[in-house]
Design a protein around this ligand. Sequence first.
Ligand SMILES: *Cc1c(COP(=O)(O)O)cnc(C)c1O
Length: 344
Amino acid sequence: MSSPALEISRGAFRRNIAAVQARIAPAALMLVMKDDAYGHGLHWSVPEAADGGVEWFGGYDVDTALRIRALTDRKVYAWATSTVEEAEAAITAGIHLGVGSAQYLGDVIDVAARTGIRADVHLKIDTGLHRNGFRPDEWADAVATARAAEERGVVRVVGVWSHLAEASDDEDDAAQRLFHDAVRRLTDAGGRPEVLHLTASAASWWRPELRGTLNRIGAFCYGIRSADGPELEGIELISRLTAPVAEIGDDHVVVGVGSFHGLPSTLCGARVATPDGLRRILSIGGGEMHVEPWAGAQTDQRVVVFGPGRDGEADATALAERIDTVGEEIITRLTPAVRRVIVD
Ligand SMILES: *Cc1c(COP(=O)(O)O)cnc(C)c1O
């Protein structure tokens, strides 16, 4: 093992999923797997999660959703507004589509009518984030169009969804009122949505009254807590980034991981775990970093950049907080040159 590696624990992933499921029950989990399962790889994590009883998988874009579909026959959801070609591929593969604009709703209905394959759609109401979604004043038209298509057997309106800003409890409460109002207008028009999903990780975890029937959750299942957020009971880190000692200098040790591997050079100053305790990163170059020296440093050793293992080292979120980003950003930026090693 002379290259950097992201060691990933299947068991920890499974336990996190179980902890999230227990926490949000009776609401169900939609496991979000965008960015190749937050950088951990879909090929092992989809079957593992399906084995763990996950019924809904969230792929963000159609491409990811199709890759998930190839690995499981459970429900798969894609919510990025997509091209007609992508929508057709998704509908053909039985992927549920999140729809938040009149244009996209029209495209999805056209494709379903043309192919004769009924499309499963989840209508998005904009509850204040203004990032896609029907505005409240557009909702009546969206409902009328979707219901008419449903009556013709062209689509099924399976769900209503939105995304919370999570900036304050008051704003989220106001968003929930808008959400409930939108659902009521759909059911008044004869709609019978099976799933209502408003929340992602933090609100799902901490605010049971906002959960609805389905919760889109990514980060926590991968052991990534919210930046500046509290510890989560039952959630553990699932991945550890390690890198080899490449060379021993006079006043530093060269470690074989750097910005070419996706590590932000702004992490300089953070501490890594060496066999002799924590040492600071002195500088980060392309293929390597310089670390404060330790007694007995040797080229057959490895250091832990983040993850469980030795006392006191940072998790990905602690690193992320140093550079004002979120934990998943650290892991998803790691390039394929960082080998993913799946362990039990
Ligand atoms: C990424 C994403 C999620 C999952 O967010 P986490 O914070 O990782 O749980 C949920 N919903 C939407 C719309 C997303 O884009």
